[in-house]
Ligand binder design. Structure first.
Ligand code: AR6
Length: 177
């Protein structure tokens, strides 16, 4: 099976997919950016559930319910803070995408949406991060048979015109202006 890779511009909290990925911090207790938006849209039940999870190390992923979201699940992953690029940031960022997909497949999730992890507060340059995102997702779908069998749609949710154009280019789609 070949999964469809889509680019969707806008707010990840509004997407109708089985799981949305949260760019969280190691506490999993909320924050700004997409994390804040997800907690606001999901309601207080998400924070309550996250308190029971007990945090998540950088590069790994944890799953909760979606609470008031349309998505049934939230996969929380913690991207690396950008420190110039030679402190393992690319490997950590790739691990976020791989581990999120593996966790999704374990829960028989078929459609999943990712934000551009680490590219906001954590300062990862957008173009470098988006290349890793697209390459890692493509590889994982092919290399990991469990992921390949479970996932049939991956959405790259882009906040802003720059990210949208970049992802469309990386996925070989035409850019409409
Ligand atoms: N939908 C989709 N993408 C969004 C949304 C949204 N509603 N809001 C922001 N983005 P960031 P990070 C994009 O800062 O860099 C939090 O405080 C945004 O434009 O949310 O991984 C956490 O608690 C950017 O491209 O996450 C952590 O402490 C991308 O999401 C820290 O920030 C990621 O930006 C994590 O930093």
């Amino acid at each position: 099976m070949t999964a469809r890779l889509d680019v969707v511009a806008g707010d990840i909290t509004q997407l109708d997919v089985d799981a949305i990925v949260n760019a969280a911090n190691e506490s999993l207790l909320g924050g700004g950016g997409v994390d804040g938006a997800i907690h606001r849209a999901a309601g207080p039940g998400l924070l309550e559930e996250c308190r029971g999870v007990g945090g998540c190390p950088t590069g790994q992923a944890r799953i909760t319910g979606g609470h008031d979201l349309r998505a049934g699940h939230v996969i929380h992953t913690v991207g690396p803070v950008w420190r110039g690029g030679s402190h393992g940031e690319p490997e950590m960022l790739a691990a976020c995408y791989r581990n999120s997909l593996a966790l999704a497949a374990d829960h028989e999730i078929r459609s999943i949406a990712f934000p551009a992890i680490s590219t906001g507060v954590y300062g990862y340059p957008l173009e470098a991060a988006s290349r890793i995102a697209v390459a890692t997702v493509r590889e994982a779908l092919v290399d990991n048979p469990v992921i390949g069998r479970s996932i049939d749609r991956v959405v790259f949710c882009c906040f802003g015109a720059e990210a949208t154009a970049l992802y469309r280019r990386l996925l070989g789609m035409s850019v409409t202006r």
